[in-house]
Design a protein around this ligand. Structure first.
Ligand SMILES: [Zn+2]
Length: 576
C-alpha cells in the first residue's frame, strides 16, 4: 500500500521519476503542495491528482462544479471560512455536513467547521482549482442579489433626499463657482455613489467604467468580458458633482472643464475579506452634454498570473514552461491586439521572478506594476524606444528581458543579440499564427540563421468567451458541420458541443469570462533545419503539426468539446 502521493503517482506511471524530481525542485523554491506543483508545471492533469489522492486517502472525489448546492447549506459556512480553508459545503444529511476539501488532511479546518456549525464533517476530495471556482460561483450568486438591492437603495436615497442640494448654480459670467463645486463633490451621497461605482465595478470584474452625460440622462456602464453593459442611471443633476469628485480623487484640475484631462486613482478596498489594491487610469473628455469619464481598471488580480488557468492545453503548457525556464533564447507570443498576449507574458515573468533573477521590462504602457521587476515606460518623444531601452538593459546585467513588442529591424536585431548572448528574451509580435512569425522576422531583415538559433518557442494566441457553466446547453450540430469545423469524422460521431443560453449568473449573456486559445510551436531541430533552408510558412506548419503542435483552431475545438466555449466563438476567432 503506497503511503504518499508521489509513490502512488510513480507506481501508476502518471509521472516519471525525472518529472517528480523537477517538481520537488520547483516546490523547494516556490512552495506549494506537490500535486499542485505537478499540475502547474503541466506534467499531470488536475483530475488525475485528485483521483490519485482520493485512492490514497480512501476519500471519494467530487466535482463541486457539477453539483447543485442548497443555499441553506452554503449559509452554514461563511465565505471567509470557505476561502481560508479552500473548502465548500456541498450537502447535509442528519447531523453530518459533507465538505469538499482540497486537503483532506487538514484536521484543523475540519475541527473549526465542526465547532462553528455544530455538524460532524464528512470530507470529500476536490481539486483546489475546482473549489476556488465553485466558491466564486456559489457564493457569487448570493452576493449578486445583495448587491442589486444595495444599488437600488443607494440611487433612491440620492434621488429623494439629496439631489436638490447638489444642483450647482452658475455664476453670472457662466463659469462655475469653484467653492460650490468642491462642496458638492464632498457631499456624502456623491462620495458614496462614486465609491460604490468603483468597488462595484471591481467586484463584477469590469475592465472599464464609463460615466456618460446625455441630454436627458446620465448613464453608468461597465465593460465586462469585452462588452459594455448598462449598470445604472443616477440623476442627471449629479453630473457635475460626480465629475468633480472623480477629478479630486485623480488629482486633476476641477476648474478645467473645456480640455481633456488624464489622471490616475490608486485605491485600496476589502474584497472577500482580502485587501486589494486597484489602480485606475482616468480619462476625462468634454462632450456635448458635459464631461464624459472613462476609467480603466488595472486590477492585478484580473491579471491571471497562474499559467494553468490561461487556457493552455497541458502539453502546450509543458512546452511553454520548458522554454521560459531555459537560461537564454527567445520566446515570442503573437496575436492581434486584445488577444491576451500581455497577460501571458506577465504570467511568465511572475513564474521567473526570484531573488536570484534580474528581470527588466521595456513596456508601452506599463500596465501592471509587479514587485521585484525593473519596469521601464517607453517615451518615444525623448527617444526612449524599445531598441534604446534594450541597448541600456544589456549593460544592466539582466537574466530576463521583456520587450513590449518587436515591430522593426532595430528592435529585432538587438533582441536577437540579447537572446544569443545568454539572456532569456520575451516579446510579442503581431502575426496571425505561430509559423508565420518566422517569415515576419525575416521580412524585417533578420538572417534565417539568426532566427533559427535565437528563437526557442512561439506561442500564438486568441481570447474566446467562456460559456456560463450555470446555463450552457447542448448544441445539436449536424456531424457534417462538426467535420467542416475541423473535427475528425470519428470525433464528429461522438462529440458534444454546447451553446449559450442565459441566466441570472451571467446577466443573460450566456457567457462569463474569457479563456485563451494557444498554438505553441517549439523550434525543434527539424524546424530549425527547415528555417535554415528557407522553408515556407506552410511547410513549417506541416512539420510542427506532425510533431504534435496543437493549432489555434484545434485548441478551440478541444475547448468546444469540453464545453468551455461554443463552436461559434472558435470559428469566429480562428481559421482552419
Ligand atoms: Zn448563465
Amino acid at each position: 500500500m503506497p503511503a504518499t502521493l508521489d509513490e502512488i503517482l510513480l507506481r501508476e506511471k502518471l509521472v516519471s521519476p525525472d518529472q517528480l524530481r523537477q517538481a520537488v525542485e520547483h516546490q523547494k523554491m516556490h512552495g506549494g503542495r506537490l500535486g499542485n506543483v505537478l499540475v502547474k508545471l503541466g506534467m499531470i492533469g488536475d483530475d488525475q491528482v485528485t483521483s490519485a489522492m482520493s485512492r490514497l486517502y480512501g476519500i471519494p472525489a467530487v466535482d463541486p462544479l457539477e453539483l447543485e448546492i442548497d443555499p441553506a447549506v452554503l449559509k452554514l459556512v461563511p465565505l471567509e471560512t470557505a476561502l481560508k480553508y479552500q473548502v465548500l459545503p456541498i450537502s447535509r444529511v442528519g447531523a453530518t455536513l459533507k465538505l469538499a476539501m482540497a486537503d483532506p488532511t487538514n484536521v484543523l479546518a475540519m475541527d473549526d467547521i465542526k465547532f462553528m456549525t455544530g455538524y460532524n464533517v464528512d470530507p470529500a476530495l476536490a481539486s483546489e482549482a475546482a473549489i476556488s471556482e465553485a466558491i466564486k460561483r456559489h457564493y457569487g450568486n448570493v452576493e449578486e442579489d445583495e448587491r442589486k438591492k444595495e444599488i437600488e437603495d443607494l440611487v433612491s436615497f440620492i434621488d429623494e433626499d439629496q439631489a436638490e442640494s447638489l444642483e450647482l448654480e452658475a455664476e453670472d459670467d457662466g463659469t462655475l463657482n469653484l467653492a460650490a463645486l468642491e462642496k458638492a463633490a464632498e457631499e456624502a451621497p456623491v462620495i458614496r455613489l462614486v465609491n460604490y461605482i468603483l468597488t462595484d465595478s471591481v467586484r463584477r470584474g469590469a475592465s472599464d467604467i464609463h460615466l456618460e452625460p446625455y441630454e436627458k440622462e446620465y448613464r453608468v456602464r461597465y465593460r465586462i468580458d469585452g462588452l459594455l453593459q448598462h449598470i445604472m442611471s443616477p440623476p442627471l443633476k449629479l453630473r457635475d458633482a460626480i465629475v468633480s469628485r472623480v477629478k479630486i480623487m485623480a488629482k486633476l484640475d476641477i476648474a478645467e472643464k473645456r480640455l481633456p484631462q488624464d489622471g490616475r486613482i490608486m485605491m485600496k478596498m476589502m474584497l472577500n475579506g482580502k485587501k486589494k489594491q486597484i489602480d485606475l487610469r482616468v480619462s476625462i473628455l468634454p462632450t456635448l452634454h458635459g464631461e464624459k469619464i472613462v476609467m480603466r481598471l488595472l486590477d492585478k488580480e484580473n491579471l491571471r498570473l497562474d499559467m494553468t488557468k490561461l487556457g493552455f492545453e497541458a502539453e502546450s503548457l509543458a512546452k511553454f514552461t520548458r522554454a521560459i525556464f531555459k537560461p537564454y533564447g527567445m520566446v515570442l507570443v503573437t496575436g492581434p491586439t486584445g488577444s491576451g498576449k500581455t497577460n501571458t507574458l506577465y504570467s511568465s515573468i511572475a513564474q521567473l521572478n526570484r531573488v536570484d533573477t534580474n528581470i527588466m521590462t521595456a513596456e508601452d504602457p506599463v500596465e501592471f506594476q509587479l514587485p521585484g521587476i525593473n519596469q521601464v515606460q517607453m517615451k518615444e518623444q525623448i527617444g526612449l524606444n524599445f531598441a534604446a531601452a534594450l541597448r541600456s538593459f544589456l549593460r544592466q546585467d539582466p537574466n530576463v528581458i521583456l520587450v513590449g513588442e518587436i515591430r522593426d529591424f532595430e528592435t529585432a536585431e538587438i533582441a536577437i543579440k540579447a537572446a544569443l548572448t545568454g539572456h532569456l528574451v520575451l516579446s510579442t509580435l503581431h502575426t496571425n499564427d505561430a509559423p508565420s512569425t518566422i517569415s515576419r522576422l525575416m521580412n524585417m531583415g533578420i538572417e534565417p540563421f539568426l532566427v533559427a538559433t535565437s528563437v526557442h518557442l512561439i506561442a500564438a494566441q486568441r481570447l474566446v468567451r467562456r460559456l456560463c457553466a450555470d446555463c450552457k446547453v447542448v448544441d445539436d450540430k449536424n456531424p457534417q458541420v462538426l467535420i467542416d469545423a475541423g473535427f475528425t469524422p470519428a470525433e464528429a460521431k461522438t462529440v458534444k458541443v454546447y451553446k449559450p443560453k442565459g441566466c441570472a449568473a451571467c446577466n443573460d449573456r450566456g457567457y462569463k469570462g474569457r479563456v485563451g486559445l494557444y498554438e505553441v510551436m517549439e523550434i525543434t531541430d527539424d524546424i530549425r533545419e527547415l528555417i535554415l533552408v528557407g522553408a515556407s510558412t506552410i511547410e513549417l506548419k506541416r512539420k510542427a503539426v506532425e510533431q504534435g503542435m496543437i493549432t489555434l483552431r484545434r485548441s478551440g475545438l478541444i475547448k468546444a468539446m469540453n464545453g468551455v466555449t461554443s463552436l461559434e466563438e472558435v470559428i469566429r476567432e480562428t481559421v482552419l
